[in-house]
Write a protein that binds this ligand. Structure first.
Ligand code: 4AZ
Length: 253
């Protein structure tokens, strides 16, 4: 999660300067619904959110082109190196929004069905009636194990950052193909605090609801280039049938 890449580049010593790191460690106990996805080599590549005991919501661009064997869900583990913590869950089905083409064209949502129910509290989705949560200035929390600078390494530990919703007009100005019905952008005009590669698919939360999924942006924490997120309230109708379905062949723990 984020860093001030431009400042790093100009000072050369900024890596040791904590003031430029926009995120901070977050605890898995306080955010038990945040998970990460690993590939068949065990490498973390995206985030996700537990939205029902056997369902994880992520970005379509995280799930696209992957077979079931090429994605597993790691839940309850704050430190990626702590192999004892939490559980690694097998994926039995991947649902990708039928209109998904690419992240910057919208519909960047996917739902993974797990073989077993996870012993962690799911996070409810924002609904169409939750428009107030998306007002400019609304302070959201984004979570992930992604890169801590634009060209840096992903994070060993779960990180969180607070980013305010920006006005749709600003997002359209900076990203001409931004679709305000399907997306929102959040962050600071000056950059500094942002999500980054590896955070994709992970949760953006306010008021105990999942309002966004990390989707895209130009670089990370750049001036006037905020992060772009899936506007989850707009997809509630598409997601509920998938999220609320009882998976066949349920294996109770
Ligand atoms: C990515 O590549 C990505 N700064 C995620 C988030 C942002 C940019 C890129 C937002 O997954």
């Amino acid at each position: 999660m984020l860093v001030l890449a431009a400042l790093l580049a100009t000072t050369g010593t900024a890596a040791a300067d904590e003031r430029i790191v926009g995120g901070e460690r977050a605890s898995i106990e306080a955010s038990p619904w945040v998970v990460y996805l690993v590939d068949d080599r065990g490498t973390q590549f995206c985030g996700g959110t537990i939205v029902a005991p056997q369902k994880v919501l992520t970005a379509a661009h995280c799930a696209e082109g992957r077979s079931l064997r090429e994605v597993q869900v790691v839940a309850g583990r704050e430190d990626k190196q702590d192999r004892q913590a939490g559980v690694v869950a097998t994926v039995t089905d991947i649902w990708i929004h039928k209109r998904y083409v690419s992240a910057d064209q919208g519909e960047d949502v996917a739902v993974l069905t797990l073989r077993r129910a996870l012993p962690y509290t799911p996070l409810p989705l924002a609904e169409l009636t939750d428009q107030a949560l998306y007002e400019p200035g609304s302070q959201l929390r984004a979570y992930g194990w992604g890169r801590t600078s634009e060209n840096g390494k992903t994070s060993r530990y779960l990180m969180g950052a607070t980013v305010p919703v920006l006005a749709d007009d600003f997002c359209v100005q900076t990203y001409p193909h931004f679709k305000k019905a399907d997306m929102f952008c959040a962050g600071y005009e000056g950059g500094k605090i942002d999500t980054c590669q590896g955070d994709s698919g992970g949760p953006v939360v306010v008021d105990g609801k999942l309002v966004g999924v990390t989707s895209w942006g130009e670089g990370c924490a750049r001036r006037n280039k905020p992060g772009v997120y899936v506007r989850i309230s707009r997809y509630a109708k598409d997601l509920h049938p998938v999220v609320d379905a009882t998976p066949p062949g349920v294996v109770e723990p």
